[in-house]
Design a protein around this ligand. Structure first.
Ligand code: MRU
Length: 349
């Protein structure tokens, strides 16, 4: 790939401003953790794994800013709290910040210089692992795709949403690398058009055949027999297998079931939140009304209209055919399988 979603070098984070895609590929470079927090809030950096990676580096930037503080741990705690307040649904954000908090706890007696080095090493490890993990997700998931299949995806669970490859799009990428002819239907994904702007951009750059549809076309396209699988990413999976993802995903899952099309979810283990029993416990972000009342900066609804703008929905586990992680493919028996994956991960070096 000729581009990188986010990169850390010499105390600075460079990231693509995804709000400008596909019109402009612009990298923003910053040494200010507040810019990272703002970027997450405004969706300049978005997608569950990418948010986690950005936040982990945000902690490093904050620590560097206060490197001469007499209370660096206190400063870092406050920065972690600020980053945690950016978006509520993607559990990867809290997972990554908890990893940095654990580094902090373990290094309380260390010097500021040593503590910063450890935080930096942890953020780099999170980013590097994400790349390896997504590759594995792709390898497992590709087994589910056969030559000639057409796959529908929603939102963007691609390289832009992660450290590299993506989750749902990693499955497609690996299948294509294996020589399978896979084509993709991309839902445009209102209100912010991550499908039209980002997924299409990624796939077209790699010459993976992609057809853009509006969200309300999915049912008709399925009925025409044009889709053989749905693959999406997720922001949080609960112990019972419920899946939170971009608003509109639940509707797609219902449509897939009605048309006997498998509905696959691809995610790293860090997206599985075993502390929550069911999807009803997942905090669902509500965003500004302007995201619905305007499109590409143009107002499309009468001023003052009441708007409901939940950014995510929850697909009940009964609609999910399989969940693909770096540890393999789960098909039901969700909690036991997730716990087995956690056990395997805890045995890794
Ligand atoms: O609001 P966004 O763009 O951050 O929403 C992103 C999604 O819904 C993705 O599908 C999800 O985070 C998985 S990304 C691998």
């Amino acid at each position: 790939m000729s581009w990188k979603t986010l990169e850390y070098k010499d105390g600075k984070v460079a990231f693509i401003d995804q709000t400008l895609l596909p019109g402009e590929v612009k990298y923003l470079t910053t040494s200010d953790y507040r810019v990272i927090a703002e970027a997450i809030r405004k969706l300049r950096v978005r997608g569950a794994p990418a948010i986690g990676i950005a936040a982990a580096f945000g902690v490093v930037l904050g620590a560097l800013e206060y490197k001469n503080s007499t209370d660096l741990p206190g400063r870092i705690e406050a920065i972690i709290a600020e980053l945690a307040a950016t978006r509520p649904t993607a559990v990867n954000l809290f997972w990554a910040l908890n990893r940095q908090r654990a580094v902090l706890e373990a290094a309380k007696s260390k010097s500021n210089v040593e503590l910063i080095e450890l935080l930096e090493a942890e953020a780099l490890a999170i980013a590097a692992a994400d790349e390896r993990i997504n590759r594995k997700i792709g390898e497992h998931g590709a087994d589910l795709l056969q030559d000639g299949m057409s796959v529908l995806t929603h939102c963007n669970a691609g390289a832009l949403a992660t450290g590299a490859y993506g989750t749902a799009l990693a499955v497609i990428r690996v299948a294509v690398e294996q020589g399978k002819r896979i084509s993709v239907f991309a839902d445009e994904t209102r209100p912010l058009l991550q499908g039209a702007r980002l997924t299409v951009w990624e796939l077209m750059r790699e010459n993976i055949p992609v057809t853009l549809i509006t969200d309300n076309m999915a049912a008709a396209v399925m009925r025409m027999g044009k889709v053989q699988a749905v693959i999406v990413g997720t922001d949080r999976i609960t112990a019972n297998g419920d899946v939170a993802n971009k608003i509109g995903t639940y509707g797609l899952a219902i449509l897939a079931k009605e048309h006997n099309i498998p509905f696959y979810v691809a995610a790293p283990l860090s997206t599985i939140d075993l502390s929550l029993k069911t999807g009803s416990e997942i905090p669902i972000e509500e965003r500004a009304p302007e995201e619905v009342t305007s499109l590409g900066g143009v107002t499309i609804a009468p001023a003052g209209v009441r708007v409901f703008n939940p950014a995510f929905d929850v697909t009940p586990a009964e609609y999910v055919t399989a969940i693909i992680s770096e540890y393999g493919i789960a098909k039901g028996d969700w909690e036991n399988t997730f716990r087995e994956w956690v056990n395997r991960s805890s045995r890794e070096p």
